[in-house]
Design a protein around this ligand. Structure first.
Ligand code: SF4
Length: 331
């Protein structure tokens, strides 16, 4: 993801953050809560901080295509940028356009996805590339509405690509931005478990208006602030440009008002499914069913029950993530 360089540059630099957002609740909206002067000060300090601390990510390089930004956003969902960067480079070299990618089979996408996790994203990305070829002359569409219509694209990704690839005005709301907004304005240690309408309204208020030409860069700047300074577990308030008027700091840094769910991995179906895909990814000619299950069982800790392993494989087969040619299983 690139986020627009300075103001409205069509290619951007995007930090990537990463977690898809949740659906707003039916909570009633409230009236604007942030004064124009407070918002303007927020923008000025956040952008000045970003000018000094922006990370050097490959998809932020000048000239990155909208396709490169699109891929970076999909890959960065729930995956750290350090793991994404090398695979992003490989993909851009191998598939520099949606057409090049769409021309190869979907299984190649899953194979190249490597260990990024959530390999279903690779399939959706391939389906999105096919849609770009069929409906958009092989280009990444530039509006949020068109982007949202692509397979696998949700509200966060549509806003992020519109902003970071095309410099459009958009309200990008990812986990990092939600956390900064919650702490700085509402004084809570964490945003609500699910995105609320009031929170969406606040996020829209805090983005510079379209006429300023700063909204795209602000989105990536505050996202970066959340990723590097206003982190979930140990925010570095002493290094933060917003400390002087941060509501959470003023409130004495209270504990979260709920206990967030952990992101358990070991022992989950997600772990087993990832193991199955990885075993097939490493095998050019596919694997027999028994051999596949034995390999995954051996490589997984804790060792999964055979029926659970079989159930995960059955799910992957029914979803089309794994193919059965009658003798061997393949991606
Ligand atoms: S001062 Fe601390 S809590 Fe407030 S926005 Fe900055 S890092 Fe986050």
């Amino acid at each position: 993801m690139t986020t627009p360089e300075k103001p409205p540059a069509p290619h951007s630099r995007s930090p990537h953050s990463r977690s898809p957002r949740s659906r707003p609740s039916a909570e009633p909206a409230s009236s604007p809560s942030v004064s124009p002067a407070r918002a303007a000060s927020l923008h000025r300090r956040t952008l000045a901080w970003f000018d000094e601390h922006e990370r050097d990510l490959p998809w932020r390089e000048p000239g990155t295509s909208p396709w490169g930004v699109f891929i970076s956003e999909i890959m960065s969902q729930q995956t750290p940028v350090a793991r994404v960067a090398p695979i992003w480079r490989e993909w851009m070299e191998r598939w520099p356009t949606p057409a090049a990618f769409a021309a190869d089979p979907e299984s190649e996408a899953v194979r190249a996805w490597g260990r990024l996790g959530y390999p279903r994203r690779a399939r959706r990305l391939h389906q999105a590339a096919v849609a770009m070829v069929e409906d958009h002359d092989g280009a990444v569409p530039s509006t949020e509405a068109e982007l949202l219509a692509l397979p696998g694209v949700g509200a966060y990704t549509a806003a992020a690509v519109a902003a970071f690839a095309f410099g459009r005005h958009a309200v990008v709301v990812d986990t990092n931005i939600r956390r900064v907004n919650a702490r700085w304005e509402t004084g809570n240690a964490l945003p609500e478990p699910s995105l609320t309408r009031r929170e969406s309204q606040l996020a829209a208020e805090l983005v510079p208006d379209e006429a300023s030409g700063e909204s795209a860069r602000y989105n990536v700047a505050v996202m970066e602030l959340g990723a590097l300074v206003c982190t979930a577990k140990a925010p570095k308030c002493g290094e933060c440009p917003l400390e002087s008027d941060c509501a959470w700091v003023a409130a004495g840094r209270p504990e979260p008002h709920y206990t967030p769910k952990g992101q358990a991995w070991a022992g989950t179906n997600r772990q087993i499914r990832g193991g199955i895909v990885e075993a097939l990814r490493q095998s050019e000619d596919g694997l027999g069913r028994e051999e596949l299950l034995a390999r995954v069982s051996e490589a997984t800790t804790p060792t999964p029950a055979p029926e659970r392993l079989a159930s995960c494989l059955a799910d992957l087969l029914s979803e089309g993530m794994v193919r059965d040619d009658g003798e061997r299983l393949h991606l």
